[in-house]
Design a protein around this ligand. Structure first.
Ligand code: HEM
Ligand code: HEM
Length: 135
């Protein structure tokens, strides 16, 4: 594997993506185990702090992943001289996801389906990234 600076930014996109989906994971853990976790007040406090951090910064993580993507594309394009097709597909999915996220956080009255679509695209994205990185 060629570990150039471009790759570092590609990996950063993936790490930030993981931070964004933790938004779902921490809430699901809270829904399922919240009552049981509350029996240990100290541990539950630590968990809720962590959950708050993840939820509060979700938009920031999503936007940051996109910023790192732009840097990745610039570096890879100047190093390799071509636009990776699988990369372009993954980037399009990420762009749609960030667009959906911005819409969802700005729209006053959004359709109920919005969250389901935003979640579905969150599942699609790692598949597109895997094809680009492993393909
Ligand atoms: C969500 C979008 C993307 C992610 C998460 C991502 C991530 C990565 C990662 C982790 C690598 C290193 C893989 C390895 O060295 O085996 C890589 C390689 C590469 N990426 Fe991306 N990338 C994305 C989009 C793009 C786009 C839009 C381009 C277009 C210029 C691009 C161009 C490349 C190139 C040229 C390489 C090296 C050669 C190759 O594997 O094809 N990437 N990317
Ligand atoms: C890599 C990009 C992103 C991914 C993978 C992603 C993923 C997710 C997931 C899985 C959920 C569901 C959480 C739940 O079930 O409650 C969610 C919720 C949400 N996302 Fe994103 N998201 C991304 C970017 C963004 C961006 C850029 C914004 C806004 C600027 C945004 C705004 C929201 C909002 C408002 C919610 C509703 C729940 C909440 O506020 O926590 N997302 N996102």
């Amino acid at each position: 594997m060629d570990v150039g600076v471009g790759v570092v930014f590609g990996v950063l996109v993936i790490l930030l993506y993981i931070m964004t989906i933790l938004n779902y994971v921490v809430k699901a853990i809270n829904r399922t185990f919240g009552t049981r976790m509350k029996t240990n007040a100290k541990a539950y406090k630590a968990f809720t702090n962590c959950m708050r951090f993840i939820v509060k910064n979700h938009r920031l993580f999503g936007m940051a992943s996109f910023v790192f993507l732009i840097i990745h594309v610039f570096i890879q394009y100047s190093d390799y001289g071509y636009i990776s097709q699988t990369g372009a597909v993954a980037a399009s999915v990420l762009l749609v996801q960030v667009g959906l996220g911005i819409y969802g956080s700005k729209a006053k009255k959004k359709p109920k389906s919005w969250l389901y679509i935003h979640r579905a695209v969150a599942v699609l994205l790692p598949l597109a990234i895997a094809i680009h990185v492993l393909g």
